[in-house]
Structure formats: C-alpha cells, structure tokens
Design a binder for this molecule. Structure first.
Ligand code: F55
Length: 820
C-alpha cells in the first residue's frame, strides 16, 4: 500500500511482534507466558496506536504549515463501535499483525472481540458522525470531531421475562488504549451567575457575565485512521472536572466533605449519555452538557486561530468551518457571538457575519416532538448572557430581514421568531441554527424537500439559497471490508481494488449477476454469515435457527414511527395461518429484531415485550414445524450489527412515509446484499432509484397519500373492520394467549385503535402483507433472488459516506483535500 511506504519498516511482522511484546512487558508489566487475553488486546492496540500517532502528528503539522481551512464537527454523539480491527484494516497492517500474533500463539480474530464497544450515541445520528470521521480521514480532509467523553455510553439492554431492563454501560472501566489525555489543552467553562452592564472609557456599554460557577474540560484524543491514506485526524472528547481553585477556598474553610461533593457534582456533567433518540428531555443537566462541550470546543478552535496565525477576525471563517450535528450543539452560535462581542470587542454586525460564515447545520428529523426547545427561564438561569444574545439576534432579525420582506406582518414574525411565546417562552433551537448558519441541510432528498416545504417554509422563502440536500452515506470500510471481509475479497477479485476508496467503481460488479458461478460464491458467503449468526443466536437466545431459512431483519431504535409493530402483526398473521393450515406453504423465515427503547418510552417497551412474547410461543410451538422463528437479539449496537448485516436476506425499512429522515441501516443492509422491503420514505426513495423497481419491494402510502388521509380524517377502526386478517391478529395478540394476561398488550392495542394509530400501521397493513407475499415468492426462486441481491450490492456506490463528505467539503465547507 503506497500511502504507508514511508514507514514500511514499522509494518513488518517482526517489527509488530517486537512492539506488541514490548508493550506487554514495559507498558503493562505482564509476563508474556501468563498475560491475559485482555493484556494481549491492549498491547496489540498500543502497538497499532504508536504507528498511527506518528501520522497524526504529521497530519497536524502539515495542516498547520499550509494554514488550510479545517472543519470542526460538533456532535453530542459518536457511535464508534470497536476500533482495533477497523484501524488495522484501514492502515493496511491487518495481515501482518495477524501473522505476528499467530507466531506468538495468539488469534487476532478472537482478540479483537475483547474490545468493548465505544457506544457514545443513540442511533443513526451518532453512527453517521462516526462514518463521517472515517471518510474525512480517508478523503484527506482536515477535520476535528468534538464531543463528550461520557463515562457511560448508551445503556446495556437485557430482557427479564421478555421486558427490557437497562444497565449502565461502563465501556472504559478498564481504560481504553485508544484515548490519550491532553491536559495542556484543558479549558475552563463558566455557567450560571448573572450579567451586568458596564461602560468603557468612551462611555460605550458592554456586558459582563459575573459570579459564575466554573468547570474544567479535559480533552481526550482518539486518532481516526483513514483507509489507504496518511491523514490521521482526531476525535477530541471533553471530560468534565471540578475546578480545583474554586474548591480551594472551601477546603481552607475546613469543609472538606462539602468540597468533594462539589467535585462530584461537577463530574456528573460528562457522566452519562442521555438515552433518548427522538424526544428532547428538557433537563438542566442536558443543557449544561451541551454548553460544556460547545464552550470547550470553541475555546479550542479560537486558541488555534489566535496562536497559529496573525490574522484579523474577519479571516476566522477562512480557517474554521463548524458543522452542527442537529441542534444539540446550537448554543455554539450565541457562544461565538459572546466571544467575539464581549471578549474580543468586535462590532455586533461584524461578529454576526463571522458567525453565519462559520456555522452550518444538519437537520435529522421532522418529528415535532424531537425539535429541541428550551424553556427560557431555565436557559436564563444556566446561561444568562447567552439568552440576552439570543434575544438580540432575534430582535435584529425580526426588525431587519423579516420586516423588510413582510412589513407589518405579525403572523410571519410569530412563525419565524427564535422564541415561541405560547405556554411560556421557549427558545427554538432549530430556528437559531438556521439563522446562525450559511447552510442548512437535510439528509435525504425527500427529507430536504419536506424540510423546505413543511418545517421551515418561511425561512425557505426568505433565504432559499441557504438550503441544500446532502444524502447520507455509510463507510464501506466498516460496513463491508471489516464486517464482511469475504465479500470484500470477492469484489476485489472480480473488479480489482480501488472500489473501497472510489465507490462509483462498485457498479462494475453489476454484470456478475448473470454469472452463475459468481452467484454461487456470493451465495456461499451469505450462507457462511448466516451459519455464524445462527450460532450467535443459539448462544444468546437459546434458539436454533436454520441458515437456509430467509433471515428477515429489522434493526434500528424501537420507535412507533419505525413500526416494528407492523412487522409483528404480520408475524402473528403468519403464525395464525400456519396453525390453521398445517400445509400452509411458505419459505421458512427467521424474523430477527434488534432495538433498544428509550427507558421512559412506555409504549415502545410494551412493543418489545410483545415481540418477545410472540417469539417464545412461536419458537416452541411444534405446529409451526420449522417455518417460522422469531428472534430478538438483546443489546443491539455497532458490533452485533456487524454480525447481523452480512447475514441478512431481507431488510425491513417500513417507517410511515415522511417520518424517517434518511435511514442508514437501509444502505448497510443493501450493500451486503439484503433486499429491501420498504416504504417510499427517507433514503429508500433513492435506493429505489439506484437499484430499480425490479430489485426492491415497495409498499404503503406515499407522503402525499399520508397527508391526504390525515386531512380527510383517519379512522383506524375502518381498517380494523375491513380486514379480517388484521382484526384476528390484533385481537389474538391482545388476548391472554401470549402471556396469560389479557391486559398485557392493551397499551399496544389501544395505541392502534382508541388512540388513533398516529403512524398509520392499520392503514398500511394490507399493502405490507401482500408485499411480504411477493417477497416469499421471490425467495423461493433462488436464482432470481441471488441476482437481485448482487444488483443491490453493485448499485450502492452512491451511498458511501465518502461521496457525502466530499459534497459537504465542496458545497458547505469549501475545504481542500490535502494529501499528507
Ligand atoms: C438523539 C438525541 C436526540 Cl435529543 C434526538 C435524536 C437523536 C438521534 O439519535 N437521532 C437520530 O438518530 N436521527 C437519525 O439520524 C440519521 C442520520 O441522519 C437518519 O438516517 C435517521 O433517519 C434519523 O432518525
């Protein structure tokens, strides 16, 4: 691999052996003969890290020397998963390391499993940030990711009697070989207090934020290794610490215990990730988390600007782009204004221009309950100066651009205001984000259209040029090369290397769909993964499944809009038909679920229980006779996804049209040769365009039909009465058959009937069930299915996050690609 030629000597088997044994002996103080598997994992990771750090330093030096613009990705979440295997494969030393270890009697593939997942995110948004970090390094773009060093990531899920129970995820209890503390870049953050107006020697007023509480932020750096590239960017995560000086006074007063209590409170700020993936908690600690990491990150960016260059502030945006991953870091906008106006004494209008040029914002949801707002009184208590700044931004906006465009129009002002006035004042973080940025993007074509038409119609009218679409993507390294090395090797053998870095080349695989010997090899790889997953299922769920059955997979957060319950109703219907007719013919299917529910989301938890209850009946009913299995794999996350995705035959993407912004699991599954059954929602629309209607199963209402149905008055009972199949399934599920208690799934049934079925499960059921019958037919024609699967893999080139990130670089950040 050419990119590594300059340090080839470090990457030989002998050199790796020496490094690993040195780390075992000198870093870990272990005897080679008795070192634990974990010691070997740590020593191997450190040996890789040494090689990577060299390149991280070089990248930083190069970026600084060239004075290039950098992107700073601000995200509350990074779902990184495991790093060792990814870093080995990306840096081209996987094989050498495997040999080095095996010569010392160790198996690399079992060592990599020792690594705990770095699960610092909820779902798609957090995993997208991780894919973007991989693509930024691979595409040689100068970038830093900023986030929070959570002590506890997303909770670990367990089932007790079929119900979800949450446990803390202590991912770094034993430390992590990948993170490096950077105490010299520690930052101080202020919170609470109040503001006072003061005057300078010319009688000009300014604001001071006083009597604040202080927190320290300690940065931890994680190197991000690109594939076949020498660029190593970093992910910098902030850990909250107590300010020792602040506590010193209390110590002196003899309140030792009191001082330590303060310290413990300070450290709660980076303690735990909030486990909600679609509703805002409105909790003070969450706001403090947001501001803490934003303030640390901006101070870090400003420090680099001030020490690295001697340029006027007007040049700040030419050195720094800042991307807001949803509204969660949007407090960065008033924070940069505070720095520029209060500390650097810039004029407001100049500061505002700098802000808008610096920031850009990605929206990830249209769901009204997920749009972040903060109670103004709470906001004022935590960040009094920032609320003042937001009011000032709003005043100038409403009296300026809005008044100029729609003179005297109070309705337009109410719609566009940064402050919602009904039911107590609230700060609308999405409006703040659009206004404080030069670009706002949606994450799939359909989503961006709805963003402009429905979520921000007035902003779109006022500033149409600020909106753009950037369809999501996923990194083909982790989601094909690492998780499916067999398929990766087959592709390289067939079309040559290069496709992992230039995904447009993947289309060359398309013609192999007609080659029966290729099809056999493709199928054998899929079957191998199914055998492997069957073993995992046996070990974790105690159920045996056949690798020759269709593996039908729905893996994503548990949410009503994603409609896992639509899937379940269809399963119950099949179960009923099988029992009613012992000769009922169908291709044997294993329905596989993986999903965590937010701990406070009562109905989602009821649905989980229902799936598990149906599973335990179906899996033990002899009448089913091998035709049906239902598996709920506990504790879904990145690493288990890497096992499930290569083994999937069918990918369930069945959200209510208009609700799923993009989806990225849909892309990973299709890339690994699963066929999609899906609605015309999110990126499914674009997947359909790429694979063609003959290679996908589309059903259900379109966005326009959904709107029409709501408008004319939706009554789920109409569908209940019209379909005997649906009626019998729901009533059976809500009976005492599955748990012995007929009220157990009443919340589930009520949500679909008496509570109005907000996500149109009933309305889409018939269309879904008949589409599933088409799937069954297609699967029974194996040559046809294999061809479709190969077309899916071959036609996924568009959905590489490299393509997405190059679009951001060109259309939003104006970033150059810098080879190191
Ligand atoms: C996390 C915290 C809060 Cl407060 C709200 C939402 C989330 C979250 O995890 N959202 C999320 O994952 N959104 C998803 O983003 C993906 C990447 O753009 C999309 O593909 C997906 O459609 C969207 O639901």
């Amino acid at each position: 691999m050419e990119a590594l030629a300059n340090c080839a000597v470090l990457n030989t088997t002998d050199s790796l052996k020496l490094s690993i044994t040195n780390h075992l002996r000198f870093t870990l103080g272990a005897y080679i003969e008795t070192a634990s598997e974990n010691d070997w994992y740590v020593a191997t990771s450190l040996a890789v890290r040494d090689r990577v750090m060299e390149r991280a330093t070089q990248s930083r030096r190069q970026h600084r020397a060239q004075g290039v613009r950098r992107v700073h990705y601000l995200s509350l979440e990074y779902l990184m998963g495991r790093l060792l295997e990814n870093n080995l494969r990306n840096s081209g030393i996987y094989e050498a390391t495997k040999v080095a270890l095996s010569e010392m009697g160790k198996d690399l593939d079992s060592l990599v499993q020792k690594e705990p997942d770095m699960g610092l995110g909820n779902g798609g948004l957090g995993r997208l940030a991780a894919c973007f970090m991989d693509s930024l390094s691979t595409m040689d773009l100068p970038a830093i990711g900023y986030g929070i060093h959570y002590e506890f990531g997303l909770f670990r899920q367990e089932f007790v009697n079929g119900k979800q129970v949450e446990h803390p995820d202590a991912w770094m209890r034993d430390g992590s070989p990948w993170k490096i503390a950077r105490p010299s870049y520690r930052q101080t953050v202020h919170l609470y207090g109040h503001t006072i107006q003061k005057f300078d020697e010319f009688g000009r007023p300014h604001h001071e934020w006083v009597e604040t509480k202080c927190l320290l932020g300690l940065p931890w750096d994680i190197p991000i290794v690109g594939y076949d590239s020498n660029t190593v960017n970093v992910l910098r995560l902030w850990q909250a610490q107590a300010d020792e000086d602040f506590n010193f006074k209390v110590f002196n007063e003899g309140s030792y215990i009191e001082a330590l209590r303060e310290k413990a409170i300070a450290e709660t700020v980076s303690k735990v990730l909030y486990p909600n993936d679609a509703t805002e908690s409105g909790k003070e600690l969450r706001l403090v988390q947001q501001y803490f990491f934003v303030a640390c990150s901006l101070a870090d960016i400003v420090r680099r600007f001030k020490t690295g260059y001697d340029l006027p502030w007007s040049e700040f945006p030419s050195k720094a782009a800042v991307q807001l991953n949803d509204t969660h870091p949007a407090v960065a906008i008033p924070e940069l204004m505070r720095i520029l106006v209060d500390e650097e004494k810039l004029e407001w209008s100049q500061a505002w221009e700098i802000c808008q040029k610096t920031f850009s914002y990605t929206n990830h949801t249209l769901l009204p309950e997920a749009l972040e707002t903060w109670n103004a009184a709470l906001f004022e208590r935590v960040l009094p100066r920032h609320l003042q700044i937001i009011f000032e931004i709003n005043k100038r906006f409403l009296e300026g651009d809005v008044e100029a465009r729609w003179p005297g129009d109070g309705e337009k002002k109410r719609a566009l205001s940064l402050i919602e006035e009904t039911g107590g004042k609230k700060v609308r973080m999405a409006h703040l984000s659009v206004l404080g940025s030069h670009a706002t993007n949606g994450v799939a074509a359909l989503h961006t259209r709805l963003l402009c038409e429905r979520l921000f119609p007035e902003f779109f009218e006022l500033y149409p040029d600020r909106f753009l679409n950037l369809t999501n993507g996923v990194t083909f390294r982790r989601w094909l090369d690492v998780c499916n090395p067999q398929l990766s090797a087959l592709i390289t053998e067939s079309i040559g290397s290069g496709w992992l870095k230039d995904s447009t080349k993947l289309i060359q695989l398309d013609r192999f769909a007609d080659d029966s010997s290729f099809r056999e090899r493709f199928h054998a790889i899929k079957r191998g993964h199914k055998v492997h997953l069957a073993k995992i299922i046996q070990d974790t769920c105690g159920v045996s499944v056949s690798p020759d059955a269709m593996f039908d997979v729905q893996i994503k957060r548990l949410h009503e809009y994603k409609r896992q319950h639509l899937n379940l109703l269809h399963i119950v219907s099949l179960y009923r038909k099988i029992i009613a007719n012992p000769n009922f013919e169908m291709a044997p299917r294993v329905f596989i679920f993986g999903a965590k529910a937010a701990p406070g989301y009562y109905l989602a938890k009821n649905i989980i229980h229902a799936i598990n209850a149906v599973a335990s009946k179906v899996n033990h009913d002899p009448r089913v006779n091998g035709r049906l299995k239902v598996i709920y794999i506990p504790n879904y996350g990145v690493s288990i996804a890497e096992r499930i995705i290569p083994a999937a035959d069918l990918s369930e993407q069945i959200s209510t049209a208009g609700k799923e912004a993009s989806g990225t699991g849909n892309m990973k599954l299709a890339l690994n040769g699963a066929l999609t059954i899906g609605t015309l929602d999110g990126a499914n629309v674009e997947i359909l365009e790429e694979v063609g209607p003959e290679n996908i199963f589309i059903f259900g209402l379109t966005v326009e039909e959904v709107t029409e149905l709501y408008a004319k008055g939706y009554n789920p009972w109409d569908f209940y009465h019209a379909s005997e199949d649906l009626r019998l399934s729901i009533d059976w599920l809500a009976s005492d058959y599955f748990t012995g208690n007929q009220d157990e799934f009443k919340p589930f049934r009520d949500s679909l009937l008496s509570h109005g079925d907000p996500f149109l499960v009933m309305a889409d059921y018939e269309s879904y069930a008949s589409c599933q019958a088409e799937v069954d037919k297609a699967y029974r024609d194996q040559p046809r299915w294999q061809k479709m699967a190969i077309h899916n893999t071959a036609r996924m080139g568009k959905f590489s996050s490299d393509r997405t990130i190059l679009e951001y670089a060109k259309n939003v950040w104006n970033l150059p690609q810098i080879g190191v």
